[in-house]
Design a protein around this ligand. Sequence first.
Ligand SMILES: Nc1ccn([C@H]2C[C@H](O)[C@@H](COP(=O)(O)O)O2)c(=O)n1
Ligand SMILES: [Zn+2]
Length: 188
Amino acid sequence: MDTSNEHKRLDYICWRDYFMAIAFLAAKRSKDPVCQVGACIVNKENKIMGIGYNGMPNGCCDDFFPWGKNSPIPTETKALYVCHAEMNAILNKNSADVKDCTIFVGLFPCNECAKIIIQSGIREVVYLSDEKAHKPSYQASKRMFDAAGIKYWQYTPQTDKIVIDFKKLKLSESPSKAEIEKLTLNDV
Ligand SMILES: Nc1ccn([C@H]2C[C@H](O)[C@@H](COP(=O)(O)O)O2)c(=O)n1
Ligand SMILES: [Zn+2]
């Protein structure tokens, strides 16, 4: 590795790892105790068009709506309320539309999100996990994507792990006033 600081770094992350990591960072915002999913929509110029994670709809308080799915009361199940990551990413878009975009998502989309993805004009789905592939809802997604010509594929990241250690980063905090004066004097 070149440590001279005279040449460009070579251990930077690639675009796809970057977008997938952003999807996972967004998932950290989810309040779902069992399954946290994030999604990141990107256009052909590698510009981010939308980010989302699974959560309750606006105005539906996280503390009062159900997060479980085993209640004897039929309406007390999260599935009735939670907005999925893909849907939120599409609805949160910062552009007029997401036509021809790619969506990076932590978990393969369910059938409801597949419909929204197709209707939004997204052309490609890149996912990390397909752990729900045995469920009919997820099989229906593949059927719809195949029919609609949406490309979908499972991503293997190039980087094993990406760590953001705020504590360590804080060590390189701004220098003290005395240090700044010393640095300035030395620079003259
Ligand atoms: N592609 C996906 C798949 C699932 N979700 C969300 C929806 C729920 O909050 C949760 C699934 O919960 P589980 O039935 O596994 O307890 O994950 C999503 O946003 N996107
Ligand atoms: Zn979904």
